[in-house]
Design a protein around this ligand. Structure first.
Ligand SMILES: Nc1ncnc2c1ncn2[C@@H]1O[C@H](COP(=O)(O)OP(=O)(O)OP(=O)(O)O)[C@@H](O)[C@H]1O
Ligand SMILES: [Mg+2]
Length: 452
C-alpha cells in the first residue's frame, strides 16, 4: 500500500479546464497531495501536452470553446501515443452531462463541480491504480506471449533436433549393420574356408583309399573263399555287402555337401569383399552376354532344347565406368532369380497341365540420360508379392527351399549397385504377372569407395 501511494504521488497528471479558477483549485489540491500536475486551458494545448509527455491520467473539462472535452478525448483515443491514458471528465452541476457520450468516446469516469477534495482524490487514485494494474497485466501478458513464443520455438528446435537425431541414428544403425555384417561374414568365410578346403582336398584320396581297401577285401575273398570262423563272424557283424554299397554313396554325399559349403563361402566372400575388381569403362552388353553364356545350361533342358526364351532389347549405350566383375555378378544374381522363378512356375504349370505361356526373360537396356543407363530384366514368372518385395534386398532373406537359396543374391547386388556404384536397384512386380528388376548405373563412377 505504501509503495502504491508512493507511486501514485509521483504520478503525472494533466488538468484541462478553460476556467482559470477551477484549474488553479484542482492543480493546487492535487500538487499538495504529491502529484505532478500540468494545467492547460484548452483542447489544442491539452493534445500537444499529452503527446509530448504522456501523463498517467487526464482530468478533462467538457465545456470548452473551440474543441469540447468529448472531441479532445476522441483525438486522444485515436492516437496510439495517448490512447492508453485514462480520461476523467469534469462537468459543472448546472451542465447537462452526457454520461453515455462521455463513456462512448473513451472516458473512464466523471467528476461534477464543485469539487470535493476527497472525491477527486479517491477517483484519481482509483483510476491510477486500475491503470497501473492494467499496465502490469499487459506487461505480464506480453512476457507470457514472449516466453510462450520462446517455448514454442524451443520445442520446434527440439523436434527438429530429434528428427535429425533419429535420422542420423537410423543411418548409423544401417552403416553399423552393414559393416558389422560385412565383418562377420568375412570372418566366417575366412574361418570356414580352410577346414572346408581340407575336407574337399581329402575326399579324393579317401575315395581312392576306400576303393583300394574294398578291392583288397574282394581279392582276399576270391583267393581265400573259406574264411576262418572269426573272419566269418566279423563279415556278418559289419554286413560287408551293405558297407561296400553304402560307403561310396556316403563319400559322394559328403563331397556334394563340401561343394555346397564351398559355394556358400564364395558367396560370402563376394559379399564381404566388394572392392577387389578394377574400375574401368566397359560395354555393359558384353557383361550381360557373358553372363547369359555361363547360364546357358539353365536355359536349356537335358536334350539341349531351349526351355526359356531370352528377348534382348538393347539400345546403343556408351561405355560404363564400373567394376565389371561386380556388375556381372549383379546380372548373374538377377538372371538366376528370373530363371529360378520361371522354373518354379514351369513345374507348377506341369502339375496343373498348363503350358500355354512360353517362359521368357526380357533384357532391355536404355540410355536414361547423359549420365545414367538403365537395365531392366523382366520375367513372366509368378511375380513377387508385396510382402516379399519389402524384404527382397535384405541379406539372408529367401523364399526358396533350404539348400536352394542363400538369400544373398539381391542383397549383394544392392550393395554393388547402390553402395559401390551410386546407382539404383528396384523391383517392380504384379504378382502372377512376372517381375522386373531395374538397375540404374551412372555412366561415370563418382562414388568414393568405402574402406573396409
Ligand atoms: N524374378 C523373381 N521372381 C520371383 N521372386 C523373386 C525374383 N527375384 C527374387 N525373388 C525373390 O527374392 C528372394 C531373394 O532373392 P535373392 O537373390 O536375394 O536370394 P535367393 O535367390 O533366395 O538366394 P541366392 O540368390 O543367395 O541363392 C528370393 O528368394 C525370391 O523369393
Ligand atoms: Mg538369388
Amino acid at each position: 500500500m505504501k509503495s502504491q501511494q508512493l507511486e501514485s504521488h509521483l504520478a503525472n497528471l494533466l488538468v484541462v479546464d478553460d476556467t482559470p479558477d477551477n484549474l488553479r483549485l484542482l492543480s493546487t489540491m492535487l500538487s499538495e497531495k504529491g502529484y505532478k500536475v500540468r494545467g492547460v486551458i484548452n483542447g489544442e494545448m491539452a493534445l500537444k501536452a499529452a503527446r509530448s509527455t504522456p501523463p498517467d491520467l487526464i482530468l478533462l473539462d467538457i465545456t470548452m470553446p473551440q474543441m469540447n472535452g468529448y472531441e479532445v478525448c476522441q483525438h486522444l483515443k485515436a492516437d496510439c501515443r495517448t490512447s492508453g491514458i485514462p480520461v476523467i471528465f469534469l462537468s459543472a452541476l448546472d451542465q447537462v452531462l452526457d454520461k453515455v457520450q462521455a463513456f462512448a468516446v473513451g472516458g473512464v469516469d466523471y467528476i461534477t463541480k464543485p469539487f470535493h477534495l476527497e472525491e477527486v482524490l479517491a477517483r484519481v487514485e482509483n483510476h491510477l491504480t486500475i491503470q497501473r494494474l492494467q499496465k502490469k497485466l499487459h506487461e505480464q501478458n506480453a512476457r507470457l506471449r514472449e516466453s510462450e513464443a520462446k517455448e514454442r520455438e524451443k520445442s520446434h528446435q527440439l523436434e527438429l533436433a530429434l528428427q535429425q537425431l533419429q535420422h542420423t541414428q537410423a543411418q548409423l544403425i544401417q552403416n553399423e549393420k552393414m559393416s558389422s555384417l560385412g565383418n562377420v561374414v568375412a570372418g566366417v568365410a575366412h574361418e570356414i574356408n580352410n577346414p572346408i578346403s581340407f575336407i574337399k582336398g581329402n575326399l579324393c584320396p579317401i575315395t581312392e583309399y576306400t576303393e583300394d581297401l574294398l578291392r583288397l577285401v574282394q581279392l582276399y575273398a576270391e583267393d581265400f573263399p573259406n574264411p576262418t570262423a572269426a573272419i566269418q563272424q566279423q563279415l556278418e557283424a559289419i554286413d560287408l555287402t551293405f558297407l561296400r554299397n553304402d560307403l561310396p554313396k556316403l563319400i559322394a554325399s559328403m563331397s556334394i555337401g563340401a561343394d555346397r559349403i564351398g559355394e556358400i563361402v564364395q558367396s560370402l566372400r563376394n559379399f564381404s569383399r566388394l572392392d577387389q575388381a578394377e574400375l574401368k569403362a566397359v560395354d555393359i552388353h558384353e557383361g550381360i552376354e557373358s553372363t547369359l553364356m555361363i547360364l546357358q545350361h539353365r536355359l536349356k533342358d537335358e536334350a539341349d532344347q531351349r526351355i526359356i526364351k531370352v528377348v534382348k532389347e538393347y539400345e546403343a549405350l556408351p561405355k560404363i565406368e564400373c567394376y565389371a566383375g561386380q556388375m556381372n555378378q549383379v546380372f548373374m544374381n538377377v538372371l538366376t532369380n528370373a530363371i529360378d522363378a520361371l522354373q518354379s512356375q514351369k513345374s507348377c504349370a506341369k502339375e496343373a497341365g498348363d503350358s500355354s505361356q512360353i517362359p521368357t526373360i526380357t533384357i532391355c537396356t536404355k540410355l536414361l540420360s547423359e549420365v545414367q543407363v538403365g537395365i531392366y530384366i523382366t520375367d513372366n514368372g509368378p511375380g513377387i508379392t508385396e510382402e516379399v518385395q519389402q524384404r527382397i534386398f535384405e541379406p539372408f532373406f529367401t523364399t526358396k527351399k533350404v539348400g536352394q537359396g542363400k538369400g544373398l543374391g539381391l542383397s549383394i547386388s544392392y550393395a554393388i549397385v547402390v553402395d559401390e556404384h551410386g546407382g539404383e536397384l528396384r523391383c517392380f512386380s504384379v504378382p502372377t504377372q512376372g517381375a522386373t528388376l531395374a538397375i540404374g548405373i551412372p555412366i561415370h563412377h563418382s562414388k568414393k569407395r568405402f574402406s573396409k
